[in-house]
Design a binder for this molecule. Structure first.
Ligand code: GLA
Length: 573
């Protein structure tokens, strides 16, 4: 039951200066059993990646009240709602360019003659939620009224209408290096949404659309666009200066994986699945890849096609519950590419069950190819594991050490592999000698006993922090994360952390954190290459999972070579 909206009458208009606040939510306490899993679902406005539909990709400004209601009907009738889709998001062009005499946003009287509230009521009656579009500037990208200097008014207006989700855009184009200019505008709306929720009881998911990743946006929004606009193309057209495509969004989003998680998802933009009917030539094989890769990347699944008129293939892709389950998995990790060989790659994401991994084998070549995943590449021990094909919804059986599939050109195999977690560490164990269950890095793979060099494996130098050499340790590039299982048998973690001397004389700035069973137990704050190695010791008694996290220190990731010298755990023999 929704609480009624209080307090609309006394609205005030605020500019910058509302308090900032966090995206909310935490992963909650660890389970009390001896098993590592399952973890409970996080709290907050978006504990799993939001799922829904948005009008922009296919329909742009051709939207009306009747049309939106038809889409809501189709969301239910097509089985999309049953598969987990929730939000009906109206994008740009729903409002007029001018505010009314009271300074309020005005729904377009021709296309939305009854305003937004009846549409919200209509979708709520169906058990769905309504999303709306706004902009941090003076006008939206479609030249409608923006919310700058009207943030609280607009947040209260939307809460009163029953809006559940706000996509907040970034027009007028702020130009190069806009971060410090636009951050206060998004912060102001974040504060306004919180005040509106306090006054009305209406929580609104904040979907930041600033076309590029920002650390502040990771803190402010439940999701943030990490890319420019996706286009309904598999890869960029070589004859065009336009770079948007499915592969472009996927690859721009990939190095940011360490930042993804409950209530702060990375958003590589909305789905194009099913948008090629009579249009750009993206095949169903490519759409399946698009969907599987968005699923494993823990990307918001926001369809953009005409739900009233879907082919069987489109519907089957969008409503595949086993692939959706890997996206919605409560462990909340953004899957990463764990291996690339030419135009074939292996992507993996640990799932919320012992030994369970989602895996996508991607073939970007123009001809079919065999792709092999070795179980030790996805953070499992070698040996036996079962494999299920999530596209065919068929068990493939039990396999030893590896699994190979023949994958069509631009196609994927989407798999669930269940094997044995790597052994827990014993005695004094250097992390560089262990298998992490998850490893995400800003530049190529995390290096063991070397600094992070470039994109290739093993291309770093010996670890050195302000002249102190460390023969053992982990070399990362921000943003990076690695997770190790402890099996409740370890007592401490220790390391000496700092910007590596290989980072052009230590020119980067990073922040190191040690997160144990969801709690941050060490935080270096921002460190730069002028600082000597900082010692870290963390108690691990009775704990299950150790996560090392390196972030960009709010200044981008240039030269952010982050080394964990001498990183080790002390455990039972
Ligand atoms: C920007 C956004 C798109 C869409 C349009 C609407 O380009 O990135 O997703 O919302 O504006 O004008």
């Amino acid at each position: 039951m929704r609480k009624p909206c209080l307090l609309f009458a006394g609205l005030i208009t605020l500019g910058a200066g509302l308090p900032a606040c966090g995206g909310g939510g935490s992963s909650g306490p660890p389970p009390e059993t001896d098993d590592d899993f399952p973890l409970p679902l996080a709290m907050g406005r978006a504990p799993t990646p939001p799922m829904g539909w948005n009008s922009w990709n296919k329909f742009a400004c051709s939207i009306t009240e009747t049309f939106v209601k038809q889409i809501a009907d189709a969301m239910v009738a097509s089985g999309m709602q049953d598969a987990g889709y929730q939000y009906i998001n109206i994008d740009d062009c729903w409002s007029l360019a001018d505010r009314d005499a009271n300074g309020l946003l005005q729904p377009d009287p021709v296309h939305f003659p009854n305003g937004i509230a009846p549409i919200a009521a209509y979708v709520h009656d169906k058990g769905l939620k309504l999303g709306l579009y706004g902009d941090r500037g003076t006008e939206t990208c479609g030249h409608r009224a923006g919310s700058q200097d009207h943030e609280l008014t607009d947040a209260m207006t939307m809460a009163m209408w029953g809006v559940d989700y706000l996509k907040y855009d970034n027009c007028p184009d702020p130009g190069p290096n806009p971060g410090p200019i636009i951050e206060p505008r998004y912060e102001t709306m974040r504060g306004a949404l919180d005040m509106a929720e306090q006054a009305s009881g209406q929580p609104i998911v904040f979907s930041i659309c600033a076309w590029s990743f920002y650390e502040w946006a990771n803190r402010l929004g439940q999701l943030q666009r990490t890319t420019t606009d996706i286009k309904n193309l598999w890869a960029p057209d070589p004859n065009s200066t336009e770079t948007g495509s499915i592969m472009t969004s996927l690859k721009t989003n990939l190095p940011l994986a360490a930042y993804g998680g409950p209530n702060h998802w990375n958003d590589p933009d909305m789905l194009e699945v099913g948008n090629s009917i009579g249009g750009d030539p993206v095949t169903d094989v490519e759409y399946q890849s698009h969907f599987s890769l968005w699923a494993i990347a823990a990307a918001p699944l926001i369809a953009g096609n005409d739900l009233r008129n879907m082919t069987d293939a489109t519907k089957a892709i969008l409503t595949n519950k086993e692939i959706i389950a890997i996206n919605q998995d409560a462990f909340g990790l953004q899957g990463v590419q764990v291996k690339q060989a030419g135009q074939q790659s292996v992507w993996a994401k640990p799932l919320n069950a012992n030994g369970a991994r989602a895996v996508v084998l991607l073939n970007e070549a123009d001809a079919a190819a065999d792709i092999t995943v070795r179980f030790d590449e996805i953070g499992l021990r070698g040996g036996s594991a079962t494999v299920r094909d999530l596209q065919a919804l068929a068990d493939k059986g039990s396999f030893n050490d590896s699994f190979t599939a023949n994958v069509a050109s631009h196609g994927t195999a989407t798999l669930k592999i269940v094997g044995a977690e790597p052994p827990r560490p014993r005695s004094t164990a250097y992390l560089s000698d262990l298998t992490p269950i998850y490893a995400a890095n800003g530049l190529g793979p995390i290096e063991h006993d070397l600094t992070n060099g470039g994109v290739d494996s093993g291309d770093g130098k010996p670890i050195s922090i302000r002249g102190t050499a460390f023969p053992k340790g982990m070399g990362m590039s921000a943003p990076a994360a690695a997770i190790y299982r402890l099996g409740q048998k370890c007592t401490s973690f220790s390391a000496q952390v700092g910007v590596d001397d290989s980072s052009t004389g230590g020119a980067g700035t990073v922040r190191f954190q040690v997160i144990v069973d969801g709690d941050v137990l060490f935080d270096s704050q921002n460190v730069d290459g002028m600082m000597p190695a900082m010692p870290v010791t963390v108690d691990l008694t009775g704990k299950r999972r150790l996560k090392l996290l390196v972030t960009n220190a709010d200044d981008g990731n240039a030269l952010d070579r982050a080394s964990w010298g001498d990183a080790k755990v002390e455990c039972d023999p």
